[in-house]
Design a protein around this ligand. Structure first.
Ligand SMILES: [Zn+2]
Length: 156
C-alpha cells in the first residue's frame, strides 16, 4: 500500500532563511563586538527592553522588532565561582572565575571576573563591575570551536 508523505511545518532551509532574516545580531557578531571592546545587545521596539546575549526575539516579551545597541559595560556582580578543577579541555584555564553580571541596561550576561582567585570571597557579590576586556577560550570536544566572553573588573 502506498502512503503519501506529507511535510509538516517548514522545511529546514526555510527555517534557516527566516532565522537569518530575524537575526539582527548573531553570536559571532556579538563576540566580534566584544573583541572590539563593545558589549552589544538588542533593543526591543515593543517593550523597550534590552536583550543580551543576542537572540532572534526579545528576551522579555518575545518581540521580533529588534535593533542593535551598545551597552555601557557596567553592572552588578550577581554571582561567581572559582574553578580550580577544570573540565576536560579547559586545563590551561584554571584557576578562573566565571561570573554573572546584571548589566545597567537590565539583562544578565555571563563572563569572567578579573580577580585574584585566592582572595575572592562572597563579599564580592553585589559589587559594581565594568567590562575591562575579553577572554577567548579554544573550546572543548562539546563546543563548536573558540568562543569569546566579556571580562569584568570590580570598580573600587
Ligand atoms: Zn520586548
Amino acid at each position: 500500500m502506498m502512503t503519501t508523505k506529507k511535510v509538516i511545518g517548514k522545511e529546514q532551509e526555510e527555517i534557516e532563511k527566516e532565522y537569518k532574516e530575524y537575526t539582527v545580531l548573531s553570536l559571532a557578531e556579538y563576540e566580534e563586538g566584544l573583541r572590539n571592546g563593545k558589549l552589544l545587545g538588542l533593543r526591543c521596539a515593543s517593550c523597550g527592553g534590552i536583550t543580551c546575549h543576542p537572540m532572534p526575539v526579545c528576551q522579555w516579551c518575545g518581540g521580533r522588532s529588534l535593533a542593535r545597541v551598545e551597552l555601557c559595560g557596567e553592572g552588578e556582580l550577581m554571582t561567581f565561582t572559582v574553578i580550580r578543577v577544570p573540565s576536560e579541555g579547559f586545563e590551561e584555564e584554571a584557576p578562573y572565575i566565571p561570573c554573572l553580571v546584571k548589566t545597567k541596561e537590565g539583562p544578565c550576561v555571563i563572563g569572567r571576573l578579573d580577580y585574584d582567585t585566592e582572595s575572592a570571597t562572597q563579599e564580592l557579590i553585589g559589587k559594581q563591575v565594568k567590562m575591562s576586556g575579553t577572554h577567548t577560550c579554544k573550546g572543548d570536544k562539546f563546543s563548536d570551536g573558540a568562543h569569546t566572553c566579556p571580562v569584568f573588573k570590580i570598580q573600587e
